[in-house]
Write a protein that binds this ligand. Structure first.
Ligand code: AMP
Length: 415
């Protein structure tokens, strides 16, 4: 079933959203992107004459009630955005009566799911090394099923629109789906868009395909790099991981960030790229700094010849031109991880060159997907969010999807 074909009139839909929004010390929302992201799905159900039960997690309360993470703080904001009053159920596992009383067009927001350890399904207060751990884990799986069944009992239809947690097999993201048949469970609009975007870069590829992998470490990106190696035409590796490659090739990297134990890995990535005919683009020069600070002294030096006491914090001008060339002609583009320490205004040039080239290619008809935490922060810092095709809302979920892993939240619905 899809959200467009489902008939919601007179039905109750329980929707898993990601309302894990940042709050300031007074409980005020500082960025409502996630709430806005779920609105098309929520409004669709209401406009068709359905009733809504909305559920989410917030923060990491670790299975315990904690007022700091109470979703009661966002009731007014959700109500304002939906344009209807929102009722609040202060205990997500005891909301049966409130849910049963809902009429068409009414909305009930459940308290933070993670106030119950059953949501994540991990036993609490017992160490993994404890001989009783396996028993506790089994018992928790059983109570997770009960908890999921309770949530499912509130509604006729289940919708998952929380891409940010789709890589987790939690009660509300996956287990609950077992209590609905295929005609009564579906992805929400946000999830559909994310799935489509990932499909565009993993299956439905228009060539040439350029992936830009940046960030601090090669070790955290290796799964993705390996999966992409079979798909891309150009692979740009940038940011801090550059220096592990420079060192592996016998260069001097000064005090640059470098994973000494990953030099062999770097060499094997280079070998693989060669064997598979992938054009691997590594920086040739960098902006080196005499300290890790925005107001450090700087000099442009070859990427493998950084003086002692200096560290590479950004891509140099020749490198930026190489990156732009590999991006501008592409028809499919994936960007994950900045090309320098973009948080410092004086070291944004590499990331800016990447963003500019992506915007240019997108204007020429390329599909560009930006995702994974910092590259999103980067494109927002440059005010260029509207110049790319799609910005993913999922950090870990997007990375796992691109690694080629099956996301439990999607599998639970699509099978
Ligand atoms: P990641 O979380 O692995 O995607 O890494 C993102 C972080 O990498 C950002 O905070 C960047 O500041 C950082 N980064 C990018 N380039 C460098 C570099 N040359 N040296 C140190 N950190 C970097």
């Amino acid at each position: 079933m899809t959200i467009d074909t489902c008939k919601f009139a007179g039905q109750k839909a329980i929707v898993r959203v990601d309302f894990n929004v940042p709050l300031d010390e007074n409980g005020k929302i500082t960025d409502d992107t996630r709430i806005r992201g779920a609105l098309p799905t929520l409004k669709k159900v209401l406009e068709e004459g359905g009733a809504l039960i909305i559920m989410s997690h917030m923060g990491k309360p670790k299975g315990k009630v904690n007022a700091k993470f109470s979703l009661s703080q966002i009731v007014d904001a959700v109500s304002e955005k939906l344009g209807v009053p929102v009722q609040f159920a202060p205990d997500c596992a005891k909301a049966g009566e409130a849910a049963a009383a809902l009429k068409a067009g009414e909305v009930l927001l459940l308290e933070n799911l993670r106030f119950y350890p059953e949501e994540e399904g991990k036993p609490v207060g017992i160490d993994k090394a404890d001989p009783a751990f396996e028993e506790a884990k089994k018992a928790m799986k059983e109570s997770q099923k009960e908890f999921s069944k309770t949530l499912a009992s509130y509604a006729d239809i289940y919708i998952n629109d929380a891409f940010g947690t789709a890589h987790r097999k939690h009660a509300s993201t996956a287990v609950i789906a077992d209590y609905f048949d295929a005609d009564h469970k579906m992805l929400g609009y946000l999830m559909e868009k994310e799935v489509q975007a990932v499909d565009n870069v993993l299956s439905n590829i228009k060539r040439p395909f350029t992936a830009i992998m940046g960030g601090s470490k090669v070790s955290t990106k290796i799964g993705i790099i390996e999966n992409l190696m079979d798909k891309v035409d150009n692979l740009i590796l940038c940011g801090g991981m550059t220096y592990t490659f420079a060192k592996a090739m016998g260069g001097n990297v000064g005090t640059s960030i470098c994973e000494e134990d990953k030099l062999d890995l770097a060499l094997s990535i280079m070998e693989k790229a060669k064997a598979k005919g992938v054009n691997l683009v590594l920086g040739v020069d960098c902006v080196a700094a005499d300290k890790f600070s925005n107001d450090a002294n700087t000099q442009v030096v070859p990427a493998g010849n950084i003086p002692e006491g200096w560290e590479g914090l950004d891509a140099g001008p020749e490198t930026r031109a190489l990156f732009a060339k590999a991006i501008e002609d592409a028809k499919t583009i994936l960007w994950n991880g900045p090309a320098g320490v973009f948080e410092f205004d004086n070291f944004t040039a590499g990331s800016r060159a990447v963003a500019d080239a992506i915007a240019k290619a997108t204007a020429n008809g390329a599909f560009s997907l930006i995702g994974g935490g910092d590259s999103v922060a980067c494109i927002n810092k440059f005010g260029m969010a509207d110049q790319v095709s799609y910005i993913s809302t999922g950090g870990g979920a997007l990375l796992e999807a691109i690694e080629g892993k099956v996301l439990p939240g999607i599998a639970a619905i699509k099978g």
